[in-house]
Design a protein around this ligand. Sequence first.
Ligand SMILES: [Zn+2]
Length: 135
Amino acid sequence: MEDVLILVRTAPVVCWSCGAETSIVSSIELSRNDTSAVCAVSDFTAYPQLIRPIEASLRSRIDIGALKSRYSGTLARSYVSNGCAHCDALFGQHFEIHARYDEQLASRFTAAGVEGWDAMLKDLLASEDGHLLTF
Ligand SMILES: [Zn+2]
């Protein structure tokens, strides 16, 4: 099985809660051969084990908050999300979409498809809007 290439893009934002400057993962691109899909941190709610290698690839970036499941009072559910590096406040999808105007490639790595990346890429390509978690 071919490896999957993962591109992680991040962007600076000002925290809505504490006002500090922080950075969030604005988009994640999975590609293999001629196919690719761009998704969001929230899509990893379906594949929580795959967010760990993403975090590991950003280990040197202390300005990026933890990528983990947080409870959203607005949505009354928990999902894998970006958070403020200072106060851990949850950043929802609308922050990520706006932040994409300023995003930069932060890390890139390849992973074996068998680790679940293959299944996630297939699910993304099969989903109607390219996302696994709909709000
Ligand atoms: Zn904050």
